[in-house]
Design a protein around this ligand. Sequence first.
Ligand code: B12
Ligand code: SF4
Length: 588
Amino acid sequence: MLTINLCPHINYQWEKLNRYIPIGLLSLAAVAENDGHQVEIKDINYTFKYYRALDDIAKVADYLVDNKPDLLGFSTICNCYPTILRLAGLCKKKLPGLFIVLGGPQASVTALQTMRHFDAIDGILTGEGEIAFPSLLETLGNGKNWDSVYNLVWRSTSGIVENKKAPLIKNLDELPMPAYHLNPFSITENKRIPIESGRGCPYHCVYCSTSRYWGGRFRMKSVKRLLSEIRHLTDKYKIKRVEFVQDNMTSSPKFFRQFCHSLKESGLGIEWGCSARIDVVNTQLAGEMADSGCIEIFYGIESGSEKVQGSIQKQMDYSVVLPNAESTGKHGIRFTASFITGFPEENLSDLKQTLQLIFRLRYASGKRNFTHLHLLSPLPGTPIQKRYKELLYFDGQPSDIALSLPNGEEKALIAQYPDIFSAFYTIPVPALSKIFLQKVYLVINFSSEFPYTMFVLWKQEKDRLIELILEELDNLPIADINFYAEGYLETLKHIYDFLKISLLPKIDERELLADMMFYELCTKLVDKEGRLIESFSFDIEQILADIDREMVTFPIKCQPHPTAYLFVYENQKVQTIKLAEGLAQLLA
Ligand code: B12
Ligand code: SF4
């Protein structure tokens, strides 16, 4: 019996580090447990947060090897790879006999280079793990004939060796139930409990690493198996909400319909979310999804320009994007529409089309939906990274894929090994400067923190809003934006100032909009400050309620009505209380 520690990747969320349920490692843990090994999942997110603040990640390494394991396995994705490699080096120093293995999307595609340059790593198990991992454990336990371990990239006396690959698992129903019981914190602490519904995506978008990782083959668990996994979670943990983990769950609409139908019939009564292609989710499918409990969908749309869509091989039917977004909303399903800017062939006109689509989707079906704009990150092994390899540059300002700035030592690693850490690099866009794209990124994403103000602006100004934002960008006074290091609230205040000072003066009814935006800012500021009292020239809450009830016309006109509000942050929620006039003055 081996003692095995498995470490999920680090999950950065601006200033926070959030724990998540690492479904891939739980699947490996189940396989290893069935073979009689002792497995512990060592979630470093909280430990790391604490010690990083003290600039002492050696303590995180202490935690990872405190039970003197035989094997330490790290799951890897691009953004935490420099940190994981540093940690692995520290663990090896503390416990020299320890076998350290990496797996997951990042180590798999950079296995040869990583093995060449990082001695602390004993091996990398590439790709799907459930067949390869037991073969590694068997060898480690019985006598070290490394040649026989599936998928292993390892260091022999004569150089780096890449072993034979195990076949992909044809029938995913053969996988054991993920070892949820080994998750290091209560499953119900997370709002979204992941269930892996299948693997692979049949498309080949040039910026995407995942479809190649899973062999470009779309595989689903059977309906029966999926229902039994849901039942397992509802029975054991009494959960009411699951998240189907798979890039593109609707790739086989016929199968998917059958699944929705059976889920509804099962009476399990859960709410669920998934990722899908928007061109597949027509009004009929959206209706069936909603009927079976779907409340949230993530749509990767990437660009509003058909030219760019063509060049990135997204193969999306454009004509149905807006109608399908409308019907998703009408069926009561929230959605997030995600976009990328910074494709090398993109020009200003393409970017404007993307921004127009973002605003249209943000307010589709009369709602305020989530939209994200990301900066392109050339993930290692993707066609786009390979094609522009020679042009990539690293300026210490990685795309938002990183969500956290690497420290000095990590920056040096990134600069030294572009092939391994390409996700932190930038592909030049001849028609658009990086600083311009970063500013667009900031204004578009942070403006969604002012949902009512932007809604009114969009209704009033339509495409002129985009022209105004782009025209005024020079006035965004953050030439050397260091947005991850600055922190969320500081960046939000920059964007607030920009919108107020540069944009609103060009708009009708700017006094009302300035008030509305300040109100929305207060609801964010109070998160940190606990309590705020502010005065407004208009009764903002009344106006927001009228907007919600669709009782306003645009341009919106209202009579001034001086009002003060108390904003309080309590039980992780912001409460607002309208104050009587005299009391407001007294408290202020
Ligand atoms: C779900 C998911 C998330 C969730 C995770 C929540 C959760 N509860 O799981 C969330 C939303 C947090 C997330 C965030 C991000 N994600 Co993500 N995510 C995924 C997704 C869709 C599924 C991951 C998964 O569970 N797969 C299923 C399991 C079974 O597979 P697995 O974890 O890879 O594990 C298997 C093998 O890889 C292997 N294995 C894995 N680890 C190890 C370790 C060892 C030791 C061994 C031997 C084997 C092994 O064995 C497992 C079983 O076969 C993948 C795409 C995909 N389909 O894989 C992207 C993916 C992993 N994400 C990706 C990225 C880039 C991100 C973000 C950086 C995006 C961003 N900018 O926000 C963030 C990073 C997190 C952060 N904020 O810091 C990329 C990584 C690319 C790369 N080359 O590194 C992927 C591949 C998608 C893509 N765009 O190509 N993600
Ligand atoms: S459709 Fe999504 S998951 Fe599939 S290749 Fe394209 S980006 Fe990747």
